[in-house]
Design a protein. Structure first.
Length: 135
């Protein structure tokens, strides 16, 4: 179906916030659309320096923010995950924190300070950790 005048006006009012793809997009078009979407709505937390580690932000009703980190680097030779020696967490601007507390199994809680660029050096990561932000 086609759009009526009211629907077309609503879409056109979105300007650069609108991502348009063809009915049968190729890989390049989908990649470009995904990159544009990441610009318009950047992820809340991005893990750097540790492929296979997933960051899942959680916000409580009182506004407290924690990032759950999960290491998905399973190694069948040890029947466990490989420790990631250096995990850096980059936060979206609205989640920026001056420092954080990192909790991980079988480890003491440790405080980390934000770097000049706002990222947090979480350190080594086993299976999982929780990074509680202090804002």
């Amino acid at each position: 179906g086609s759009l009526d005048a009211e629907q077309r006006a609503l879409l056109e009012a979105q300007g650069e916030r609108l991502i348009v793809i063809s009915a049968e997009p190729d890989e390049a078009e989908l990649t470009a659309a995904a990159a544009r979407l990441a610009q318009l709505d950047p992820p809340a937390a991005v893990v750097e320096g540790a492929p296979g580690v997933v960051a899942m932000p959680r916000v409580r009703d009182d506004g407290a923010v924690a990032i759950h980190l999960l290491n998905r680097n399973y190694d069948p030779t040890i029947d466990g995950v490989r420790e990631m020696p250096a995990v850096r967490l980059r936060l979206r601007g609205d989640l920026a924190a001056a420092r954080a507390t990192v909790w991980a199994p079988e480890a003491e809680a440790r405080e980390v300070a934000a770097a000049a660029d706002g990222s947090l050096e979480v350190g080594p990561l086993g299976l999982w950790a929780i990074v509680a932000l202090s804002r």
